[in-house]
Design a protein around this ligand. Structure first.
Ligand code: PLP
Length: 406
């Protein structure tokens, strides 16, 4: 018999599985609204011009080589990444209080961060992380596998399709001191619902009062509003709080630079002193070294070049604003189509929600009809990727939604 005879079939990943069902669908009307990847109006993947130009420059550089990166990754990339999040002249950066390591995109940053926390939270303190309900499906597994105990806080209010702020505050007020609080920096996935600036201030106060450790997941900086600084407001608010506030930050360049498969990301730990940051960095390296030794070079080199070169940087910001604008235009178009069909209920959430996704509130049964009958592929929680829509496909989606809700 096989050594692995007893091994059970693992369930398919709920998000990646949507791609498989889309690929297998032969209907010409088929639509992929599952995975969170930007598509052009023509439904094609988009490589940013800034990225293409950075790649061309890298390929032409005679000094470039394929040596290993340091364990912590490309130093220039790490510096520019934390500056992108906190702002270049942030006191924490100036004081050398931020330990940054390159990571395998946002997922890798979360995982290395979770491992570090599981190992190095103060002795005797609970290894607990609070995740929003709902959250990106991978969060639970990432923190769970790293050895953290996972708990949820209320986040989405199904009635208003908005934030359950009172529920959120009540749950966080009951968290034990030292618990880790995972926050989506902007464009919450899957709901598209973010706290208001005033609510962020209250959350900061609650965090400090309850002595929680904020862990920001920043997977959509610039992608939500089209403006890199505006989308970093929550992270900067917390990082600038007196104390100084300590925190952890996972960054991804998958969406905002379109570097999905290049796996470019960063993990930063904001500490109270430069001396502590140095020790923290040494332990982050000890998490990385036995896992994959050092990170891949290409994506980080591209991102560093795009951020460092003023012309490429300006081009990137322009393209980023263009992507965010197209998604907002899709919200308008879909909303218009839904309203025109005089569907029951209030659909203004399509306009109010932020970022790549709309969280429709459609039931699993309704989603199944969308896929089976209408060849619209989406996750069964009713989340649709607005980036997968086009002016041409909006009426079709609205017609399908009308069919399942009436
Ligand atoms: N965090 C959130 C909230 C996400 O939505 C995603 C991707 O969808 C990620 C992290 C990580 O993505 P990646 O590992 O591709 O950077």
């Amino acid at each position: 018999g096989s050594t692995w005879e007893h091994v059970q079939q693992a369930p398919p990943d709920p998000i990646i599985g949507v791609n498989d069902s889309y690929r297998a669908d032969t209907d010409p009307r088929k639509l992929n609204l599952g995975v969170g990847a930007y598509r052009t109006e023509e439904g094609k993947p988009y490589v940013l011009r800034a990225v293409r130009e950075a790649e061309a420059a890298l390929a032409a550089d005679p000094a470039a080589n394929k040596e290993y990166l340091p364990i912590a990754g490309l130093p220039e990339f790490n510096r520019l990444s934390r500056e992108l999040a906190l702002g270049p002249s942030h006191p924490a950066i100036r004081d050398g209080r931020v330990a940054t390591v390159q990571a395998l995109s946002g997922t890798g940053a979360l995982r290395v961060g979770a491992e570090f926390l599981a190992q190095h939270l103060p002795p005797g303190q609970p290894r607990v992380v609070y995740l929003p309900n709902p959250t990106w499906g991978n969060h639970k597994t990432i923190f769970g596998r790293a050895g953290m105990q996972v708990r949820e806080y209320r986040y989405f209010d199904a009635k208003t399709r908005g934030l359950d702020f009172a529920g959120m505050c009540a749950d966080l007020s009951a968290a034990p001191p030292g618990a880790v609080l995972l926050l989506h920096a902007c464009a919450h996935n899957p709901t598209g619902v973010d706290p208001s600036p005033e609510q962020w201030r209250q959350l900061l106060a609650l965090t400090q009062e309850r002595k929680l450790l904020p862990f920001f997941d920043s997977a959509y900086q610039g992608f939500a509003s089209g403006d890199l600084d505006a989308d970093a407001a929550s992270v900067r608010l917390f990082a600038s709080a007196p104390g100084p506030q300590e925190m952890v930050l996972a960054q991804s360049f998958a969406k905002n630079m379109g570097l999905y498969g290049e796996r470019a990301g960063a993990l930063s730990v904001v500490c109270k002193s430069k001396e502590v940051a140095g020790r923290v960095e040494s332990q982050l390296k000890l998490v990385i070294r036995p896992m994959y030794s050092n990170p891949p070079m290409h994506g980080a080199a591209i991102a560093a070049r795009v951020m460092a070169d003023p012309r490429l940087n300006a081009l990137w910001k322009e393209e980023l604003a263009g992507m965010a604008h197209r998604i907002k235009a899709m919200r308008q178009a879909l909303y218009g189509q839904l309203v025109a069909r005089q569907l029951p209920g209030d659909w203004s959430f399509v306009l109010k929600q932020i970022g790549m996704f709309s969280y429709t509130g459609l039931s699993k049964a309704q989603c199944e009809v969308l896929t089976r009958k209408w060849h619209i592929h989406l996750t069964m929680d009713g989340r649709i990727s607005m980036a997968g829509l086009s002016a041409a496909s909006c009426p079709y989606l609205a017609e399908a939604i009308a069919d399942v809700v009436t």
